[in-house]
Design a protein around this ligand. Structure first.
Ligand code: SF4
Length: 367
């Protein structure tokens, strides 16, 4: 069975390297039986904003992946991206720290907005794809785990939209996004997805409501990655239509149960030196949280779950929720995570997924 790999922490570069080692990606590359295979790293640089804003891939994570590949003798790499319509990829490379990476490792940055395109047809839908992408031997997709204002989630499959020309991006929106995203996943299925879940965004793909989750997720199956990611931000897989569509097209499997996850470590205590989360929206949701020493992934899962309850108009009825290691063996009413098992009712997991928290809180609200 295909696996997902999860590592918790805040050190992006180390985490990137560790997850590549654990997955033994060098073996995947060797199995291509190509001398000096062409490797593409496709981050998410949708806007020209540093990763702390929640929208773009942490350059440290990319450095960790490059470092691993270099150590294993792979040097033929390029970073390719095209920012969203109206933003300048060159500016994003600069502001997001990618020019420094390119200089440090002597590798090219490819602005796909300047590339020619090639037409592919998937399930009756014709799609224009940037030609450089189709020439690579091994594609490493490096999205950010975040919410999307139209599709709910943006992660593995949706990040591939940066591989099509701007006119095609606009057409994807006219087509409702879901089907073209699924078809694009079929046309350019990445070999590996390494998700930056260190800081993502609560509400919007363009950033501005950052949420610190302190985790990196990796997998060879982009559909499985997205199914897991959807639950991490509080959606049921069926609510993100393109995941099911991609599964039907044979891009991968949406079955991402606990038995398919390999944890490299268990969790990371919240880092006290930086605020875990900071935005007006997150500050509002915090009113429902009674936190004592919560780990970042646990806290983030609760924030995403509260956001989902707000969207469905149920949040105001919810009593405060206990979370964190400081609640161990202490009584309380409602808790999230195994540390709150002393509460009268609590959601299991360490950390739990936001999807499970949503289901539990909704069920308690109904009682
Ligand atoms: S349940 Fe406790 S130990 Fe586990 S992630 Fe949550 S706060 Fe941390």
């Amino acid at each position: 069975m295909e696996k997902l790999y999860v590592i918790y922490g805040g050190e992006a570069e180390e985490m990137g390297r560790a997850i590549m080692e654990r997955m033994d990606i060098a073996r995947d590359l060797a199995s291509l039986k190509k001398e000096n295979p062409r490797i593409c790293l496709k981050p998410n640089l949708v806007v020209a904003q540093p990763a702390q804003w929640g929208a773009t891939t942490d350059p440290g994570l990319v450095k960790g992946v490059i470092g691993y590949l270099r150590e294993h003798g792979y040097n033929n790499m390029a970073i390719m991206e095209s920012s969203w319509v109206g933003d300048d990829t060159g500016k994003a490379f600069e502001l997001c720290g990618y020019r420094q990476i390119a200089a440090e490792f002597s590798l090219p940055l490819v602005d796909l907005k300047k590339d020619r395109s090639v037409a592919c047809t998937v399930d009756g839908l014709k799609i224009e794809i940037c030609a450089r992408l189709l020439e690579v031997d091994y594609l490493i997709n490096m999205p950010v785990l975040k919410a999307h204002c139209q599709t709910g989630l943006t992660c593995a499959l949706k990040n591939l939209k940066g591989c099509v020309p701007d006119r095609e991006k606009r057409r994807f929106h006219r087509l409702g996004l879901h089907k073209p995203i699924a078809c694009l996943g079929k046309a350019i299925r990445p070999h590996l997805t390494v998700v930056d879940g260190i800081i993502g965004d609560l509400t919007y793909e363009g950033g501005g409501t950052p949420v610190r989750m302190d985790m990196v997720i990796a997998g060879r199956d982009p559909v499985m990655v997205d199914a897991y990611a959807a639950e991490l931000i509080g959606y049921r897989v069926a609510e993100v239509e393109y995941i099911g569509l991609a599964e039907c097209l044979g891009v991968g499997s949406a079955a991402a149960g606990e038995d398919s996850i390999v944890y490299l470590n268990r969790r990371q205590a919240a880092r006290r030196d930086e605020p875990a989360l900071a935005s007006r929206e997150v500050d509002y949701l915090r009113r429902w949280i009674l936190e004592k020493e919560a780990c970042s992934p646990c806290y983030a899962a609760l924030i995403f779950a509260l956001r989902r309850l707000k969207e469905s108009g149920q949040l105001k009825k919810l009593p405060p929720v206990c979370i964190g290691q400081g609640w161990k063996e202490r009584p309380g009413e409602l808790g999230v995570g195994k540390c709150t098992s002393g509460c009268r009712r609590h959601v299991r997991g360490c950390p739990p997924r936001a999807g499970d928290i949503v289901v539990a809180l909704q069920s308690w609200l109904r009682q």
